[in-house]
Design a protein around this ligand. Structure first.
Ligand SMILES: *Cc1c(COP(=O)(O)O)cnc(C)c1O
Length: 402
């Protein structure tokens, strides 16, 4: 798949309808954003999630950019963001000349820690003149941006409660979390029931998805904005298409963007959506096989699924304890690479990122620890049982007590 590895980390899965649907676009000449596929793809995603509005974008980062603008984020505002994430959401905050405030991960499921979020909002901020102000920077806190990482949800219930309490919009980065669900009501989660569970991206004010090459479904590059506010959806559609007020006379009342997805990409998305549930089943099967193989191996701690979560296990990852396993995550990565197997650590935490050194750094010890110890393993939808057995064999053979 061009990664240079015999067993790549997370390669796209193309089933065949993509060829047919894309060819139809080419044959009809509908290659840009006009045509029926964009709307169809939007409807497929909206229907899957159980929401009314979805607006396709060129990629997930563009979706985040627009979502923050719709949430009212502007110059010198602050946005509370997960520290342990791919850099895109933090960058999107800076596009608006606003500042991210990074919140540490919790150690069990590795997502934004709702308790640390609560602590910042309650003790690090002051409610004054109908708004929330950061006591240290004196900037206005304008939104909360939880990032659901690796196919597992953030514990959203407390986050949504805090948002309500402090009157802050929630912008969900669900780019790694299409199809992920969480238990949305009070009481004990019931896995045998369908009701009571909600899709990630439907509980906050606005959410962003991505269809980049390594995501659970792909359009090559693509994104989607989902919002429960009808006027935000209309505005998203308007802003992503250059804010055209009169398309004949070229009248624009606002500064928009050229962020629309093309019909060709959407055609691919329609084909991929037909397989989303199959992709999720494959990811879950792969995770189950890794989990049972690594059970009881000293020094390996796989990511976990919370009782209140239905994870897609989008990117299978595990903590590697150097003392117990016998080597650290980076050494294991190098040994696997020599065997043609691609693995990868998690991102440098945003509070350590040189690109965001101007931002407020709260202590993020858990994110730092996870960055040092976690390694993601090959988990392509199309990973064969024999390829997975080879990865498992290597990991077990390298363990201290092999
Ligand atoms: C992939 C990803 C994005 C960005 O999506 P693109 O479509 O690549 O722009 C944003 N946030 C996170 C956490 C991601 O993993």
């Amino acid at each position: 798949m061009g990664s240079g590895y015999r067993i790549p980390l997370c390669a796209p899965e193309i089933h065949g309808h993509e060829w047919k649907y894309i060819k139809e676009c080419l044959d009809a000449g509908w290659v840009s954003s006009a045509g029926t596929r964009v709307e169809q793809f939007e409807q497929m995603v909206a229907q899957y999630l159980g929401v009314r509005q979805a607006v396709a974008t060129v990629n997930g980062t563009a979706a985040l950019d627009v979502a923050l603008r719709l949430a009212g984020v502007g110059r010198d505002d602050e946005v509370v963001v997960s520290a342990l994430t791919f850099i895109a959401p933090a960058n999107a905050v800076r596009y608006h000349e606003a500042w991210p405030v990074f919140i540490d991960a919790e150690p069990v499921y590795w997502q934004m820690d709702p308790q640390k979020l609560a602590d910042f909002l309650r003790n690090g901020c002051l409610w004054k003149r109908g708004a929330l102000w950061n006591l240290r920077t004196h900037r206005r806190v304008r939104a909360i941006l939880p990032v659901h990482i690796l196919g597992h949800p953030v514990d959203l219930r407390p986050v949504l409660e805090l948002a309500k309490c402090f009157d802050l919009p929630v912008v969900e980065d669900a780019t790694e979390a299409l199809g992920v669900q969480y238990w949305k009501q009070a009481g004990t989660p019931d896995r045998s029931r369908e009701s009571g569970w909600a899709s990630v991206g439907t509980g906050g004010d606005i959410a962003c998805f991505s269809f980049n090459g390594n995501k659970i479904i792909t359009t090559g590059s693509g994104g989607m904005i989902v919002t429960r506010h009808k006027d935000w959806a209309r505005k998203a559609r308007y802003l992503t298409a250059q804010a055209k007020d009169d398309p004949v006379e070229f009248v624009h009342k606002e500064v928009g963007y050229n962020y629309r997805l093309t019909n060709i990409q959407a055609a691919m998305g329609c084909a991929q959506m037909e397989y989303l549930d199959k992709h999720i089943s494959a990811k879950r099967r792969i995770a189950a096989a890794y989990n049972s193989a690594f059970k009881g191996v000293a020094g390996l701690v796989p990511m976990q699924e919370a009782p209140w979560a239905r994870s897609t296990w989008w990117l299978y990852s595990m903590r590697v304890d150097e003392e117990e396993y016998g080597m650290n995550s980076r050494q294991l990565m190098c040994r696997l690479a020599k065997a043609g197997i691609q693995s990868r650590p998690l991102w440098q935490p945003m509070n350590q990122s040189p690109a965001h050194k101007g931002s407020r750094a709260l202590a993020c010890p858990v994110a730092g620890e996870l960055n040092r110890t976690v390694l993601s393993l090959p988990c392509s939808v199309g990973l064969s049982a024999s390829a997975q057995a080879e990865v498992i064999g290597q990991v077990l053979a390298l363990a201290r007590k092999a």
